[in-house]
Design a protein around this ligand. Structure first.
Ligand code: NAD
Length: 472
């Protein structure tokens, strides 16, 4: 919020080349002139982006602190360093991931040769949200560049300090013919979405996801939607409860709960919930001290609108721990609340994704009821299960569907570069990270090549003698 004057390449006030349509046209020119296809160019861009992140780690941390009160350590682990690791992993495997793959041809087409060639799509639009404004802008960029595309980036105007910093730094390091940053909010994004892209990669809420999808249909542009929703955490009666409490507190209160894969709520049997409560209180105190408002490791809510929304969710009569807040500093204490009846529409915390530091505890009657609870709702982006039982593990693997399923740990599946990251159903379509990003941002072109002699097509061409029919 400290640089509102820098936000927005607003039509009329921006230099002509920063207007959304001009940025897209320039990116398209670069792609058509083959700027982005050679592997050395891709490698150079990834290396330059890595240098940017390392050289400006401190400035990036400051912007993230201004926007979200993130600590420098959290900023490195979950944002800047995260993208560095993604770059390193990609550079290590880029040659193998982009190499043509030979495919066997059937006998009737021998001695023909077949292969799959990965070709870049063209111009990719990345629309990023505010909660991890570096990671969710740049991790898709890594994949799009590695696959050989030109890219238009639209950082979130809701994290203005980070948006302004990215708009300033990226052109200093990356090829400005092929990589363009367009700042702004709804008007600029609407103007962008009217352009033709070869792929649109959107991260954010489902309501805007629908707008993106609708705009894309006009040009038949493929779309990746990285959405959110309520990610449940089931704590089984056999779980290691102190560990579960610690990890739930970490997963929930990182970035003050503003994490798409944060455990949204806990479901467990009544007795397990009761046993968990004092452990959650201890774990919050161990992480953030007796007064989290003074902890350098505890973040703030992004803006007044989200603060008001979250403050209104907390019913003081239901607070297990926490509940204090300060609108002026957008501070909301790590808060745990009881839910009596999750299906009662008056249970506000159970209606929509919370996306803040409020953890509801929802009683269910055992394993079957927990699985049923999950399956009666939208397919979540992440599903967490705390258990020491292989039987419980198997049940969740077999009987539930979610973008990701993680046992005994929240958030950490994002740190496994070989695991695709994405949702299913209401939590999104498409996935990325590592090799999945290359697959996402390229087209697997089928290439078949037949020699002219011997002419084997004679067998499949008329006239069809009975001898031929036996061959085919
Ligand atoms: P946001 O408000 O920053 O919006 C996301 C982007 O959409 C921004 O760039 C914004 O400018 C643009 N936008 C907003 N309104 C628009 C409109 N009318 N037309 C076109 N573009 C528009 O972020 P948000 O949506 O509040 O993000 C939070 C949501 O994102 C949560 O639901 C969260 O779960 C989800 N999320 C998902 C992931 C994931 O990887 N799956 C990651 C982070 C957040």
């Amino acid at each position: 919020t400290s640089h509102p004057e820098q936000v927005g390449a607003v039509a009329g006030s921006a230099p002509a080349d920063r207007l959304p349509a001009d940025a897209v046209a320039a990116a398209r020119r670069a792609f058509e002139q083959d700027v982005t296809k050679p592997r050395p160019w891709r490698v150079a861009q990834l290396r330059a982006l890595r240098t940017l992140l390392v050289e400006h780690e401190h400035e990036i941390a400051q912007a993230l602190h201004a926007d979200l009160g993130k600590s420098a350590t959290e900023a490195w682990v979950t944002e800047t360093g995260f993208v560095v690791r993604e770059i390193d992993h990609t550079l290590r495997h880029l040659r193998a991931w982009t190499a043509p793959r030979r495919v066997r041809v059937p006998l009737s087409l021998k001695p023909g040769r077949a292969k799959i060639v990965r070709e870049p799509l063209g111009v990719v639009l990345v629309i990023a949200p505010w909660n991890y404004p570096v990671q969710l802008c740049l991790a898709p960029l890594v994949g799009a560049l590695a696959a050989g595309n030109a890219v238009v980036l639209k950082p979130s105007e809701v994290a203005p300090a980070t948006s302004a910093l990215l708009a300033r730094l990226l052109p200093m390091y990356l090829d400005t013919s092929a990589v363009h940053v367009v700042e702004g909010g709804v008007p600029e994004t609407t103007e962008l979405l009217a352009q033709r892209f070869d792929h649109i990669f959107y991260t954010g809420n489902g309501a805007v996801g629908r707008i993106v999808l609708e705009a894309a249909t006009k040009h038949l542009t493929p779309v990746t939607l990285e959405l959110g929703g309520k990610s449940p955490a089931y704590v089984s009666d056999d779980a290691d409860l102190p560990v579960a409490a610690q990890r739930l507190v970490w997963g929930k209160f990182t970035n003050a709960g503003q994490t798409c894969v944060a455990p949204d709520y806990v479901i467990a049997s009544r007795q397990t919930l009761e046993a968990l409560k004092p452990l959650l209180v201890d774990a919050i105190r161990a992480a953030f001290g007796p007064d989290p408002s003074t902890s350098p490791d505890y973040g703030r809510i992004i803006g007044a609108r989200h603060f008001d929304r979250l403050a209104a969710l907390v019913d003081p009569a239901r607070v297990v721990t926490g509940g204090r807040s300060d609108a002026a500093t957008r501070y909301l204490e790590p808060t745990v609340v009881d839910v009596v009846d999750a299906d009662d529409p008056r249970e506000l915390v159970m209606r929509e994704e919370i996306f803040g530091p409020v953890l509801p505890l929802v009683p269910v009657d055992g394993l079957d009821a927990a699985i049923d609870f999950v399956n009666r709702r939208d397919k979540p982006l992440a599903l967490y299960v705390f258990t020491t039982s292989d039987a419980v593990r198997r049940r969740f693997e077999r009987d539930t569907s979610s973008g990701a399923l993680a046992f005994n740990v929240p958030l950490a599946h994002l740190a496994v570069p070989g695991l695709p990251f994405g949702g299913v159903g209401a939590s999104g379509t498409g996935a990325y990270h590592g090799e999945r990003s290359i697959e996402l941002f390229s087209h697997a072109k089928s290439v078949l090549s037949l020699p002219t002699r011997p002419d084997t097509t004679v067998f499949v061409r008329p006239p069809f003698s009975s001898a031929k029919q036996q061959v085919i």
